[in-house]
Design a protein around this ligand. Sequence first.
Ligand SMILES: Cc1ncc(C[n+]2csc(CCOP(=O)(O)OP(=O)(O)O)c2C)c(N)n1
Length: 325
Amino acid sequence: MQVKPLDLGTKELMDIYYLMRLGRAIEDRLNLLYKGGRLPGAIYLGTGQEAIEIGASYALEQGDVLAPTHRDMMSQLPRGITPREVFLQHYARAGSLTHGKGEDNYQGDLKRGTFATVSMLPDFYPVAAGAALAFKLRREKRVAMAYCGEGSTSVGDWHEAINVASVLNLPVVFVVINNGYAYSTPVYKEMKVANVADRACAYAIPGIIVDGNDIIECYQETKKAVERAREGGGPTLIEAKTMRMRGHAGHDPATYVAKDIIDLWTERDPIVRFENYLTERGLLNEESKKEVVGRVNEAVEDAVNFAEQSPYPEGKEAVGDVYAA
Ligand SMILES: Cc1ncc(C[n+]2csc(CCOP(=O)(O)OP(=O)(O)O)c2C)c(N)n1
């Protein structure tokens, strides 16, 4: 199926621009709060990954499901997670999606089709395959999408999930965000294949490489994969080449990454590239950019204040939602 660049209208393109700016602004503020000792837990930021984080999940429809990891808060923005929910989660307040448990990005909402993230990687690859199997058995035209980093592809569960999805021809899209590092380990020490997508041939499914800093390409290729899955064409593996622009977590200054590499990827900033795309098409100018940035800043300010003034959970809530111990 051919998806044209502008199956996205002006409204959707500007919506995407708002979400990219919002994701960046939320993460910048989280970084500042963390460094100031204001957050009780860790932070895992996807700064620089906005194009694939938002572009891939934007291709999902209502009724589809998303399984993100520790770094993928931004993937939840197109699914309707709000800035207030993000900050409530990071402040571990009672009103958060996990009722004050789990901290940082370990949140999700089944009503909006997003599984709450778990730490073990990539445990949501098998879960996404399972959801896709349920859709197939019930003859529902729904699609599951799972995210993970390239480091997670070394774990056995990753291969098992893709194998079973391939053998059973399940409606699932596997997104691998290849951001150059798994903690401090560079890709060349993680695998011998040149591309994660090369592994797809072992499971006889399409393996697609996208420029992970180009949101139009990320969206288009994912959209094709989502529609192929929905029409019974089975799973796709999408590898997005990008860069983790901050450390693994807030405590990590990533001194093991050469400055040249950061400089190179700074020039490929996905937000600047999308701004150029919009400007060239007459959809963005200084005034409309200012308006979007203003709305984003207001939303972040409101969310931080709201979270800071929100109560912590009561002690008795510690055992709520616990199914086994
Ligand atoms: C099974 C398992 N082993 C180890 C860890 C510890 N861990 C958390 S994140 C991480 C690095 C993951 O790298 P990658 O999959 O490339 O994702 P990225 O953090 O780069 O987004 C590791 C080793 C874990 N969460 N789960």
